[in-house]
Design a protein around this ligand. Structure first.
Ligand code: ATP
Ligand code: MG
Length: 397
């Protein structure tokens, strides 16, 4: 068993000693059977949240309405969720209410895909009532039960199906895909925040191309924020080396033909963090720059390493260039910069004030920029005395 499971076994044992059942469930069991690294383990139990809180002295109610309690133990923290079914899906979203049950099988039945509907006990025995192991071996994503009903209960599952296509490089079962295609429009009932979580996972997966191709083929893209008019842009992604591109770079590519204002609106509609929005804007600004930003030391200096490298990759991808070469070149350009930060400049604003005996004002910043450019372009050594002499010679003193 994986270290993470082993570390959690005593937690399962404590729950069992109190007279309840407890299992590992969901993604960690799937990833374990796949032989993939496990990030975190989810534990499901027949004990109610109140019963769990009686067993463990330190807990936090992180999702108690849905039956989840965070147990804080010396060995770490554990999310423990009571077996539940979900009832009354009235609007294609999460259920109106959850009902705690004592049966593991009922809990597994409410899960989205067979590969995610397995449990493992403390000794490593797999409980697999829906043949998840078989589908894993066949690399197949298939809903637990009727796909039409399952997507209607929670439309987010359609988005999850595509993110697993990308993440695991699996195929979506034909019947599940047909149903997704038929029901695509109900994804619009789902909160953007939940869609974004899955879409970002799609963007970091190993087979993004396949997932994008299904997103287009199924028509699901039309109901995602701001994507209904972007079929052409999304279609172009299929010809790009997506496996070499990270999420922010792909957002930039999707946005590259959009005007500045529309871009901000589109990214905000996706509820992306402001930091990501700003990064996409900075990347695109560089990509669009003429003449090419890569040869401008000042552009590279101002953008910093991260944005420079991402912009170079995006540009290469868009122009049919070699993304790996572009990435390497951009790192090289950045590393070659004589100074990396304004604080590395041998002259400060205070030096200029002393040399010039003038009042502070915008001129200080202007002068520093002129000096910076000259230093970056290797026209001037980053040496205080030399800079002073250079200023005198240029009549800037
Ligand atoms: P990851 O490794 O990316 O975390 P995961 O399968 O663990 O993948 P989570 O979103 O963490 O995905 O969900 C944990 C488990 O909860 C899933 O494996 C699945 O059993 C169940 N689940 C999550 N979301 C849904 C949903 N919308 N409908 C039904 N079951 C779900
Ligand atoms: Mg998970």
């Amino acid at each position: 068993m994986d270290q993470l499971f082993l570390k959690s076994v005593p937690i399962l044992e404590l729950i069992e000693k109190a007279g309840f059942e407890a299992y590992f469930v969901g993604g960690s069991v799937r990833d374990y059977i796949l032989g993939s690294p496990i990030n975190d383990v989810d534990i499901a139990t027949s004990a109610t949240p109140q019963e769990i809180k009686r067993i463990f002295p330190k807990t936090a109610d992180i999702g108690i309405d849905h039956g989840t309690v965070l147990v804080i133990a010396d060995s770490g923290t554990y999310e423990i969720t009571t077996f539940r079914t979900e009832s009354d899906y009235s609007d294609f979203r999460r259920p109106d209410s959850v009902q705690f049950v004592r049966s593991l099988t009922e809990d597994l039945q409410r899960r989205d895909f067979t590969m995610n509907a397995m449990a493992m006990d403390k000794s490593g025995n797999i409980i697999d009532p829906f043949n998840g192991r078989h589908d894993l071996a066949e690399k197949r994503i298939i809903t637990v039960g009727n796909p039409h009903e399952r997507f209607h209960e929670d439309a987010l599952r359609m988005m999850r199906a595509l993110r697993f296509v990308s993440q695991l490089d699996f195929e979506l079962d034909q019947e599940s895909f047909d149903s997704l295609k038929e029901n695509a429009q109900i994804i619009s009932e789902i909160a953007v925040e939940r869609i974004l979580v899955e879409f970002e996972k799609l963007l970091t997966g190993i087979n993004k191309k396949r997932a994008f191709s299904l997103l287009l083929e199924s028509g699901l893209y039309q109901y995602l924020p701001q994507f209904s008019s972007k079929k052409d842009h999304l279609g172009k992604l299929l010809n790009l080396p997506l496996h070499q591109l990270k999420a922010t770079e792909i957002w930039s590519i999707i946005m590259v033909h959009t005007s500045d204002q529309d871009m901000e609106e589109a990214l905000r509609a996706w509820k992306l963090p402001l930091k990501t929005i700003r990064n996409v804007q900075r990347i695109i600004q560089l990509v669009k720059k003429e003449p090419s930003f890569e040869n401008s030391t000042i552009d590279v200096f101002q953008a910093g390493q991260g944005i420079t490298v991402q912009a170079a990759k995006v540009k290469a991808a868009l122009t049919g260039g070699n993304v790996t070469d572009a990435e390497e070149n951009a790192h090289h350009r950045y590393n070659e910069l004589i100074i990396k930060d304004m604080s590395d400049l041998a002259v400060k604003g205070t030096d200029l004030l002393i040399w010039h005996q003038e009042k502070p004002g915008p001129w200080v910043k202007e002068y520093l920029e002129i000096i910076l450019k000259a230093v970056l372009n290797k026209e001037l050594r980053n040496d205080k005395e030399e800079i002073k002499r250079w200023l005198e010679k240029c009549n800037l003193s």
